[in-house]
Every structure is written in C-alpha cells, then in structure tokens.
Ligand binder design. Structure first.
Ligand SMILES: *[C@@H]1O[C@H](CO)[C@@H](O)[C@H](O)[C@H]1NC(C)=O
Ligand SMILES: *[C@@H]1O[C@H](CO)[C@@H](O)[C@H](O)[C@H]1NC(C)=O
Length: 306
C-alpha cells in the first residue's frame, strides 16, 4: 500500500561518523512536491536514509532527492520548484530547523519522555511515573518540519496509592470500562471486618465488599452489596463463605475486583475466585474508591492489570 507520504513530515536523527564523539542532530522533512532541476552530484544509494547521509557529507548539500526505482540520489544546493513528473517514485528531503526537547512536557515524579530514533523519525514517548497513568491521545510526539513538537492534550493521573489512608475517597483516574479492575493489598488488624468500596458518591456505593471475619456471626463471610441513596439494597446482597476462609488477622492478602462488562464484577482473593455480583449501578458510574474499618492497607491500585 502506498503511504500518504505527501503529508508526512519526518525528522531524522543521524549520528555523525566524524572524529567528534558528539551526536550530530539533523532534522529533515519529506517535501510535499518532489522536484529536481539542478544538482551538485549524483550518487547511488540503497535507500533514502543512505541518500540523506550522502548529502550530509557535503557542506553545500541542502536537500536531496531519492529515486526509488533507479536507486539514485541527487544532492542539491537548494530545492528547486519544477516538478520532475515522476510522481511518487522520488522522495525529496530538506534539512529543517531542529526540535528541542520540550521541557514543558517533563514534570518531576510524574512522567518522562523517552527519545527514540527510528532511522527517519525522531519520536518522544511520554511515560507517566510508576503509580500514574497517562490520560490522553497517543503519548507519542513527532517533530514537524517547522521544528515544533505536535501539540497534545494529556495528563498523568495517580492510580496507585501506597499505604492509603483509611476512609479516604480516592478518585478513579478515568471512566471505567469493561475489563477495569481494582486491586488492594492489606492485612486485617482485628478479627472484625473491613471494606472496599467502589462508589459513585458518598451516598451511592456501586460495590461494597464487606469482609466479616467473625463479625456478628460465627461464620466468616464476604458480602457484596450496593447502596442507593444511602440505603442498602438488602435483597440484593450476596454472601459468600469460602472455605478455608481466605482472609485472616495479621496475614497479608491481595484482593481484586474485576469487571467483565459494565454490569458484572468478579471478586478474587489471592488469585482465588470468591464470587460475582451485579451492582445496582453500571460500573462506569464509579468515580471513587475507599477502604474502611479494621485493615492495614498497603496498596490500592485503581487501574490494575488483571
Ligand atoms: C496480630 O498482631 C498483633 C501485633 O503483633 C498481636 O498483638 C495480635 O495478638 C495478633 N493477632 C493474632 C490473631 O494473631
Ligand atoms: C456480563 O458478563 C456476565 C458474565 O460473563 C454475563 O453473565 C452477563 O450476561 C454480561 N452482561 C451483559 C450486559 O453483557
């Protein structure tokens, strides 16, 4: 398939082979109208990268044209304006102004940019820090022929909390979809109960996971429920009494709530399936997650891979 190269602007980072050990940055763009009328010299080249490299060896060479069919590289003093009439078989490159590393995109602790050279393209890949997730378009930036980086709308939002405060409502980094999962690691501190809550707001809890060690009952139980307008839908509760009971005082556990679709969740403790539940709300309504009661929470991940 022919690529729509007429609109493609590329930048190249080419390492110098001269005595200097410093990398030489050269920025080239593929011009929209391939034209060759006058040239310095002609050289064979196996590909367009080799043609640009050839051009860079000559101080007077300002642009170059690569004929794919004949494997010929024309080195030019300046780009001419007459069409060569051969259409897509020629690629004309011209040195352009450099893109500088965009400092504004680098915020300490939350993200960094990885630079990559794919032969032609100079790309910056934006990565959020470990406990953050990238929200926005593709996190790749390209250098344009004008020497500017593509504009992006993005944010790095926190998704993992270490030693999260009990009863604090942590914001979900973005609207949940099917496959969304929440994970926590913790240790029960008393033989009572603790909860993991996925809520829409203070009075509407989409999923309440209540782990009752021996609370008000001889049998340890895990209950899943929804709360609508501050009212627990008793008839909608689901009780599970797995044996052996997977949670114990002073023992660390890993709990995961996984969404299959926006109406059903599955609960796992230490990788073992406990049960499923259909909340009274669609799961994309979850905006905040909290942990409550007698547990020492070590980690809360609001967007874990499950
Ligand atoms: C849990 O650990 C605490 C502190 O080390 C200790 O006082 C308590 O007896 C332990 N409880 C159980 C049930 O092991
Ligand atoms: C969601 O997934 C569950 C389990 O696979 C399935 O039983 C249920 O019908 C699905 N619900 C919807 C609305 O697709």
């Amino acid at each position: 398939m022919e690529r729509p190269w007429k609109h493609v602007l590329l930048c190249a980072l080419i390492l110098s082979s001269t005595a200097s050990s410093n990398a030489r940055f050269a920025y080239w763009s593929l011009l929209p109208n391939p034209t060759v009328t006058s040239y310095l010299s002609v050289a064979p080249a196996s590909n367009s990268i080799a043609c640009v490299r050839e051009c860079m060896k000559h101080s007077q060479c300002d642009s170059c044209a690569y004929y794919r069919e004949s494997g010929t590289c024309y080195l030019q003093v300046e780009t001419s304006t007459t069409s060569d009439g051969t259409g897509n078989s020629v690629e004309v490159f011209k040195a352009t102004s450099p893109c500088h590393v965009p400092k504004m995109y680098i915020a300490p602790n939350t993200n960094h940019v990885d630079w990559k050279n794919n032969g032609w393209e100079m790309e910056g890949n934006l990565n959020c820090g470990n406990d953050y997730m990238y929200i926005g378009d593709s996190p790749t930036y390209h250098c344009s022929a004008l020497g500017e980086w593509t504009e992006k709308q993005w944010q790095c939002r926190q998704k993992v909390w270490r030693n999260p405060e009990i009863n604090h409502r942590f914001s979900v980094p973005k609207t949940p979809g099917p496959g969304w999962a929440v994970c926590m690691i913790g240790t029960p501190t008393h033989s009572t109960r603790f909860n993991l809550n996925l809520a829409k707001d203070k009075n509407n809890v989409v999923l309440h996971v209540d782990v009752r060690l021996h609370h008000r009952s001889a049998t340890a139980t895990i209950v899943m429920a929804s709360m609508v307008d501050n009212d627990w839908g008793i008839e909608m509760n689901k009780h599970y009494t797995p044996t052996p009971f997977p949670v114990a005082v002073n023992r660390s556990f890993h709990m995961a709530v996984k969404t299959l679709n926006l109406s059903d969740v599955q609960l796992f403790v230490d990788g073992v399936f406990i049960g499923n539940f259909t909340p009274l709300f669609s799961l994309d309504q979850v905006t905040e997650v909290s942990v409550s009661a007698d547990v020492d929470a070590r980690m809360l991940d609001l967007w874990c891979d499950q």
